[in-house]
Design a protein around this ligand. Structure first.
Ligand code: ATR
Length: 283
């Protein structure tokens, strides 16, 4: 029987996930499908029930349903609970189990792109990060960098109260420091890892206005925006010699555990696949 999976969002036409999973399904010759389903916020619950009844093995959840998905699943893993959002659901013995693979995707992308050693528990132990943004993506990134050993996290957000609220969810509040939006340039001093989690710099969005002069040249700079692939932030960072990590890898890597869980096959992330996804994402 065909194993069915999907991605649910609103809107959904922009999602690259069907192409990504479709690539692997074809590569491994699986009897499986992965479709995009547009679901309005008021219909998320009934869609979850319908897909379960129709025998789907699971599905991804994307903007704006990730927080609601956490409420709708029967059980959620600790990472999803910590992030407060579910991006992947698996149907197990009639129950909906919620996961969040965004943090994994983020970290895997950074570690591979920067040759950070794997399986060492805390590849970023003792380092200091500056996270720009305080939305859903920021929560996943913060969960990831904490798990990688970063214990000094600066957060700056246009709406400061949102950053303050975000910190409340974490037990070790001492690890965090809020930087006023206007003071982020100065706060770059001594930062090892700078991450933009906002939509600033994305095509058709305003640029992220930041002056990198104070950032150490050894710092890693990552933008989770992937359209354009090289944002103005990454361009400026590359020019001054920083290690830069683009955002397309996070999208690819968050899909790996999902594909593996639903279809019992750990998919490979190859350069050919990355090139294919880059081409699709820039179209
Ligand atoms: P996501 O799930 O992608 O993180 P989100 O939860 O809507 O989306 O968060 C969007 C982030 O981008 C927020 O940090 C937002 O800042 P505010 O909390 O002040 O809204 C940030 N953002 C979006 N547009 C922005 C802009 N024009 N200037 C500054 N920050 C912006």
């Amino acid at each position: 029987m065909t194993k069915k999976a999907a991605v649910l969002g609103y809107p959904i036409s922009h999602s690259l996930s069907p192409k990504l999973h479709g690539y692997w399904i074809k590569q491994y010759g699986l009897d499986a499908s992965y479709e995009a389903i547009e679901v309005k916020p008021e219909n998320v619950k009934e869609t979850f029930n319908r897909l379960k009844d129709e025998g789907y093995v699971g599905w991804n959840v994307t903007v704006p349903h990730k927080e609601e998905a956490l409420k709708l699943v029967d059980e959620a893993d600790d990472i999803a609970k910590a992030i407060g959002a579910v991006n992947m659901v698996m149907v197990k013995e009639g129950k909906l189990i919620g996961y969040n693979t965004d943090a994994f995707g983020f970290l895997q992308n950074v570690m591979i792109s920067t040759n950070k050693p794997f399986n060492q528990g805390a590849p970023f132990a003792g380092e200091k990060a500056l996270v720009i943004g305080a939305g859903g993506a920021a929560r996943a990134v913060i969960s990831a960098i904490k798990s990688a050993g970063i214990n000094q996290i600066y957060i700056t957000n246009r709406t400061q109260e949102k950053a303050e609220k975000l910190i409340e969810n974490f037990r070790d509040k001492d690890a965090f420091k809020i930087i006023p939006w206007e003071e982020k340039d100065a706060a770059l001093e001594g930062v090892d890892f700078l991450i933009n989690t906002t939509s600033l710099g994305m095509q058709n969005q305003p640029p992220l206005a930041i002056n990198l002069d104070k950032l150490p040249k050894t710092a890693i700079v990552n933008d989770i925006v992937y359209k354009p692939l090289e944002t103005e932030l990454l361009k400026a960072a590359r020019k001054r010699g920083n290690i830069v990590v683009d955002g397309i890898g996070m999208l690819i890597w968050q899909a790996v555990p999902a594909f593996n869980a639903w279809f019992a096959k750990e998919p490979e992330v190859t350069q050919t696949l990355k090139d294919y996804m880059v081409k699709l994402s820039q179209a």
